[in-house]
Design a protein around this ligand. Sequence first.
Ligand code: PMP
Length: 401
Amino acid sequence: MSLFTKFEGLAAVGAELAQSGTSPVGVPMRRIISPTRAEVDGREVILAGTNNYLGLTMDRDSIDAGHAALENEGTGTTGSRMANGTYDSHLALEREIADLYGMHQAIVFTTGYQSNLGTIATLAGPDDILIIDADSHASIYDAAKLSSARVFRFRHNDADNLAKRLGRLGDEAKQCLVVVEGIYSMLGDQAPLAEMVAATKEHGASLLVDEAHSLGVMGHRGCGLAEELGLLDQIDFITGTFSKSVGTVGGFCVSPHPELAWVRNAMRAYIFTASASPANIASSRVALRKLRDGTDLRDRLWTNARRLHKALSDMGLQVGPQASPIVAVMLQSREETLNSWHTLLDQGVYVNLVVPPAANLNLLRCSVSAAHTEADIDNIIAAYQVVANQLSAVEDAEPVG
Ligand code: PMP
């Protein structure tokens, strides 16, 4: 036994993945050509697994703002928000996020992961209860570990199950923080938010929605699922990330509760890490404005998303339950998923490979962008058709019974 013994399983999976040629783990993007194109393994591929939902990573204005901040304010802040790492631009971004949501308080974090860690682990203290969806993102699970609250899970997207859990707590439900996501990152399904709001309100609990994958994607101003459903005034805390539709790095928590102003100074993921670089903040501010005004981008994104979801479903592939910019195909085994991932890459399409232990499913996870052209979507569909043909050829060859 050594410190490394427990990683032997992981090493075996890594070796198996690497054996088949280009390893899908940490694929090197040799040259970035555009938000939807890069060179992988010496050839140009369509990027269909980047979460770059609005294609803003190469927005000219966002890049120019980043350049100017780099020139004027330097490469980094060299300090945490609580020490020397709060510049005027961090505060301006917080005001802009609060305004976007029409809420009182906003806190900017260095990543979305830290937004969840800081907000959830700090709000839910030793006398409190944290109730999370069973399919929550790793950052929510890690926040639950870091929090000293009692933690319960409810069945994925099951508002009745949540209501039952809250009911069992009686008066203690008022000390409870419930955490859900707007769009879930693996299958692209949405939380039944109206029912979740009703359950938490009935029992006096607080509700946090992580809009990581719905920011920029849903709602007239791109605020996410809560805005889309007209529920913004019913939510206690919203967290989000800049690493997807905004096209930069960073995260935030926004809330109608003025008390959040002093909670921030108890958040370890805010206090004990350096703040985001000035260039990153400057680009994020410009990109957030584009996101707010980007109804055309959202229309294009959803046209692409619906088209791809329908085409893959019509091919007989097992896709997620609802159309979404995340189009996931569920497969039976790791081997089948890995082979299909290579087929897509051979056809010039990069998607995300998801296999256990990263998630409990074998998935080819595709994310579409407003920047994908109709021809790109045609090409992605054609590549999946090759996968679908291969899969049905294997099925036909298998003995029945
Ligand atoms: N929440 C969810 C639901 C996510 O999918 C992610 C990123 N994959 C995060 C939070 C963390 O965001 P970031 O990349 O900014 O750390």
